[in-house]
Design a binder for this molecule. Structure first.
Ligand code: ATP
Ligand code: MG
Length: 411
C-alpha cells in the first residue's frame, strides 16, 4: 500500500522540531505569567459567525483562508484561524465582561488555507496574549513590552525590529479613509483586483496588500499622521512614551495596518529580516470594538499573536535533547532489582530508562544511542553488596555507588 502523507501545509513535530516548539511556548507562558497573565483554552472550532463577524469580511483570512465546513447537523463551523475572536467570544459567554481586566495567555494550533512555504503552513501554532478591559496607552505599551521580553528570552530579539503605527480613533480613520479613497481612486485601474474591492469596502486594507502591482501606489499613499484627532495623537504619544520607559526600541512605520479589520489606535509588528517574505514574527494591536461584536458591552482591548513555527526557525540553537540515565541489569536476578532502581530514580525526578532485553554489550550500545549521560550497571555480585557501578558516559569514568545513594549521586 502507498504510505499515507500528512496533508499539504501540515507538519509533524518530532525530536528537535518539537523541542524548539516546546521551548518557544514555555518561554512565552513563563514570561506572560510574570506580567500577571493567566492561560485560557477555548475550542479549536467555533460557530463560523465568531470569525466572520469579528475578523471583518474584507480580511484575507475570512475571504480566502478559513477552513469552514458544515457538520453533520448542518451547522457551519470553522477551524479557528486565530485566537482573539474565540477569547472575546469566551469572555462574553462566560459572563466575564464585568470582571476586568482579563489578562489572557493563549497557545495552540490555528488553521488557514494558505500557500505553504517556509514559515507559512495550513496548520500552524500561535502564542498569544490579550489584555481586555483597559483603554490606557500603558496597557498597549505593557503588552508590547511583554512581547519584546519573549523575543529577548528566546534570543531572537537581535534580528527583529518593532514597527509601530497608530490607526487612530474612528474620527481619525474616517478622515484618513477619505484621503486614501481619493489617492487610490485615481489609480484604480492599475490596482490588483483585491485592492479594487477593498477600495470600496475598506481602503485601509490596501496598505496591507502583498501584490507587487499595488506596491508603488502604497508607497506614495498619504499617511494617517495629519488625520489624527488630538485625542488619538495624545494616545499614540502615550504609547511611545511608555515604550521608551520600558526600554523597548521601536521604529515608526505608517504602513502597518494589520490584516484584520477590527483594529484601532495601536498597530505593531515585530519584523525580522531572517525569514524572507515571512518576516513578521509577532504582531498585534488594539481592538476596542471586538467584544461588542461578540454581543458584549463596549470593551477596550489590546493583544498580539506570534507564530511559533517562525520563532522556532529563528532560535539560535535547538534546546538540547534530555539525556537519561540507563539502568543496566546483568543477569536474570538483577532484572528485578533494576526495576526498583529505575523507579527510585524516576521518583527522585531523574529521567531514567532501561532497555527491554539484551546482554550488557547490547544494552550499553542502546544507552549510547539514546544519548544517556550515565549507565547504572547492576551485577549480581554488586547487588549482593548493595552497590552498583555508575559509568559516566561522557568521560568513561566508573565509580561504585551504594544503591540508596544513587538518586542523590545522579541528580
Ligand atoms: P502574514 O502577513 O505573514 O500572512 P498575518 O498578518 O496573516 O501574517 P496574523 O494574523 O497577525 O498574521 O498572525 C500573527 C502571527 O502568526 C504572524 O505574525 C505569524 O508569525 C504567524 N502566522 C500567521 N499566519 C501563519 C501561517 N500560515 N503559518 C505560520 N505562521 C503564521
Ligand atoms: Mg496572513
Amino acid at each position: 500500500m502507498t504510505p499515507l502523507q500528512p496533508v499539504r501545509g501540515t507538519r509533524d513535530l518530532i525530536g528537535e522540531d518539537q523541542r524548539r516548539h516546546t521551548h518557544v511556548v514555555e518561554t512565552a507562558r513563563r514570561i506572560a505569567g510574570l506580567y500577571g497573565f493567566d492561560e485560557w483554552s477555548t475550542p479549536i472550532f467555533e460557530d463560523t459567525a465568531v470569525f466572520a463577524r469579528s475578523l471583518g469580511d474584507t480580511s484575507d483570512v475570512v475571504t480566502k483562508e478559513m477552513y469552514t465546513f458544515t457538520d453533520r447537523s448542518g451547522e457551519s463551523v470553522t477551524l479557528r484561524p486565530e485566537a482573539t475572536a474565540g477569547v472575546c467570544r469566551a469572555l462574553v459567554s462566560n459572563g466575564l465582561t464585568q470582571t476586568l481586566p482579563q489578562k489572557v495567555f493563549y497557545t495552540g494550533p490555528m488553521f488557514r488555507y494558505e500557500r505553504p512555504q517556509k514559515g507559512r503552513y495550513r496548520q500552524f501554532h500561535q502564542i498569544d496574549v490579550e489584555l481586555i478591559g483597559s483603554a490606557e496607552p500603558l496597557a498597549d505599551a505593557e503588552v508590547i513590552a511583554l512581547g519584546w521580553d519573549v523575543l529577548k528570552s528566546l534570543g531572537v530579539a537581535g534580528d527583529t525590529v518593532l514597527e509601530l503605527n497608530t490607526l487612530g480613533d474612528r474620527e481619525s480613520r474616517d478622515s484618513y479613509r477619505a484621503a486614501l479613497v481619493a489617492h487610490f481612486g485615481t489609480h484604480r485601474d492599475a490596482l490588483s483586483e483585491d485592492s479594487r474591492t477593498r477600495l470600496e469596502r475598506n481602503p485601509l486594507r490596501i496598505l496591507d496588500s502583498k501584490e507587487s502591482c499595488d506596491a508603488p501606489f502604497i508607497a506614495a499613499s498619504p499617511t494617517i499622521g495629519e488625520h489624527l484627532t488630538p485625542a488619538a495623537r495624545e494616545f499614540y504619544e502615550g504609547v511611545k512614551r511608555h515604550l521608551t520607559r520600558f526600554g523597548v526600541p521601536f521604529r515608526e512605520n505608517p504602513r502597518i495596518v494589520r490584516g484584520l479589520d477590527y483594529y484601532s489606535h495601536t498597530a505593531f509588528e515585530f519584523v525580522t529580516t531572517a525569514l524572507g517574505a515571512q518576516g513578521t514574527v509577532l504582531a498585534g494591536g488594539r481592538y476596542d470594538g471586538l467584544v461588542e461584536e461578540m454581543g458584549g458591552p463596549p470593551t477596550p482591548a489590546i493583544g498580539w499573536a506570534a507564530g511559533v513555527e517562525r520563532l522556532s526557525l529563528l532560535l539560535p540553537a535547538p534546546p538540547a535533547a534530555p539525556a537519561p540515565v540507563a539502568v543496566i541489569p546483568v543477569g536474570a536476578e538483577a532484572e528485578a532489582a533494576a526495576l526498583d532502581v529505575l523507579q527510585a530514580l524516576r521518583h527522585a525526578g531523574i529521567r531514567a530508562e532501561t532497555a527491554y532485553r539484551g546482554n550488557l554489550k547490547r544494552r550499553m550500545e542502546q544507552a549510547n544511542r539514546r544519548g544517556a549521560r550515565a549507565a547504572v550497571i547492576l551485577g549480581e555480585a554488586e547487588l549482593a553488596r548493595g552497590v552498583a557501578q555508575v559509568k559516566d558516559l561522557a568521560t568513561g569514568g566508573q565509580t561504585e555507588v551504594a544503591l540508596a545513594e544513587l538518586p542523590r549521586r545522579l541528580a
